[in-house]
Write a protein that binds this ligand. Structure first.
Ligand SMILES: Nc1ncnc2c1ncn2[C@@H]1O[C@H](COP(=O)(O)OP(=O)(O)OP(=O)(O)O)[C@@H](O)[C@H]1O
Ligand SMILES: [Mg+2]
Length: 254
């Protein structure tokens, strides 16, 4: 029997008031897959993620998570989410980096349970993953935007999710750390089997790492395995985007 998809989107349409943003979207994300979700500004990528997470209700269609309708899905710890432009903390915010990462566990533990040594260890491991352990005891507000973003990523990882959903997580992170971050994602995907849905404008970097690519622009113009995406011509991609897109070809193989 085929395994249930982790995300199952069927014929979903969505509008904000009068503005239709998504039309007849269907997509299945299965265990072990790494999806790059691409498309121009305003094409509905963040909206689609919010629908998946149950933060917005679709006017039409059906979304299931791990086989369960989003509305009644309760196993939130299975999903790690990093939103676009995570709230940044101002310099006076009274929490350490370690505390912010541990707050990713509160859904599991209940608000008033205290954290254990094991939680502390998990938080430090998550910080190590994003190469931020040396900042564990600093206050979050003192970090740069890109460093804060890496802490948010650690917070999404601490619950040991089976599925990571990230909306432009590398905005504000410098090039070297972006590459390091993507290689961490690849490691989480390949060695731990964590499924990933990553929204990005760094098309070439990410479509080379991903197993699957989805190109959204109100409708789903393309979704499929990475090698099929690589075969698509620049004129196709330009049609999906509505303007020419600079692309490198074929990864290392061509
Ligand atoms: N809360 C809202 N109310 C009304 N319209 C919205 C709202 N949020 C987004 N939109 C509109 O919906 C469309 C899709 O927005 P969305 O944020 O999903 O795009 P996106 O693909 O994530 O873009 P970007 O690459 O710039 O992040 C845009 O036209 C946007 O103006
Ligand atoms: Mg967006």
């Amino acid at each position: 029997m085929e395994e249930l998809p982790l995300i199952d989107i069927r014929d979903v349409s969505f509008r904000y008031e009068n503005r239709v943003v998504l039309e007849h979207i269907s997509l299945q994300v299965r265990a072990g897959e790494f999806w790059a979700l691409i498309g121009p500004n305003g094409s509905g990528k963040s909206t689609l993620l919010k629908l998946i997470l149950g933060l917005l209700p679709p006017q039409q269609g059906d979304i299931r998570l791990f086989g369960e309708p989003v509305k009644t899905f309760r196993q939130r710890e299975k999903i790690g989410y990093v939103s676009q432009k995570s709230n940044s903390f101002n310099s006076g915010f009274p929490a350490t980096v370690l505390e912010v990462v541990k707050s990713g566990l509160t859904r599991k533990k209940g608000l008033f349970r205290s954290f254990t040594k094991a939680d502390e260890k998990k938080a430090l491991d998550a910080l190590e993953t994003v190469r931020m352990s040396e900042f564990a005891h600093e206050s979050i507000g003192q970090l740069s935007g890109g460093q804060q973003q890496r802490v948010f990523i650690a917070r999404a990882l601490i619950g040991e999710p089976e599925l990571l959903i990230m909306d432009e997580p590398t905005v504000g992170i410098d090039e070297q750390n972006v590459r390091q971050f993507y290689s961490i994602l690849q490691h989480l995907n390949e060695d731990y089997g964590i499924a990933i849905v990553l929204v990005t404008h760094e098309i070439d970097l990410v479509t080379n790492l991903a197993t699957h690519v989805a190109c959204l622009n109100r409708t789903m113009h393309f979704h499929g395995v990475q090698s099929d995406y690589e075969q698509m011509g620049d004129d196709d991609v330009a049609k999906w985007y509505g303007h020419p897109v600079r692309r490198l070809h074929g990864g290392e193989s061509s």
